[in-house]
Design a protein around this ligand. Sequence first.
Ligand code: GUN
Length: 278
Amino acid sequence: MANIIDGKKISAQIKEELKEKVAAMGEKGIKTTLAVIQVGKDPASSVYVGNKKKACAYIGIRSLAYELEEETTQEELLALVEELNGREDVNGILVQLPLPSHIDENTVIEAIRPEKDVDGFHPESVGRLCIGQPGFVSCTPAGIIQLLKRSGIEIAGKECVVVGRSNIVGKPMALLLLRENGTVTIAHSKTRNLKEVTKRADILIVAVGKPKMITKEYVKEGAVVIDVGIHRNAENKLCGDVDYDDVAPVCSAITPVPGGVGPMTIAMLMNNCVEMYL
Ligand code: GUN
């Protein structure tokens, strides 16, 4: 039976480490402030934003919350980002996605100064990751690297298959695995013979957004399986993109949903807020 990779425990460890670093920074008079902007009242976004504020409070990072009306114009939002870009007491700016349809997400992401782009979504941050320069890295894939490393799973030389090519997870995930010297394949909805491709993986990362799509037929015996998906099924229970009960018996390690990748995203956001001082 597979080892269960405990994202809750690993994220708690990271938060403890960060709390100590923030306390040490505080003694030197260094303060960290994250500005979090939410436009509208999407319930899932409100939960995520609430969790980010809680994590900041726990670690000792000051958070500024901007809860804007759904009707906020793009110009008004850009004006707020511009104001925060210029504020010396604000180190990180996060605009919660998705934004209402009348606002262009790319325009807003590009307006955030790369030095304050703690989400790692700005084209300059992505470009830096691509060419191996220091910069902010998208939190979910950065968290997955931590899950692997802190579970003692070697990446160098391994066949890594990422299923999904989103800007937030799939693409930066592939770049991070490459940086760790993995041999990386990105598969996606148009990939032919997907099962053959995923069966090559020593490390299989699934971010497709389809409940329980990955069954044991997709997985090599002894592979490490990381499940980025999170869905609520008909019985109101959470599940991932991987059919956990089917896959767990054939792999060497697997992340559960909930309690796997999910808790790591906020831990890495907090890490990005602190990292700029290290
Ligand atoms: N919406 C869902 N995940 C994220 C995230 O990591 N950052 C932001 N800004 N919005 C999100």
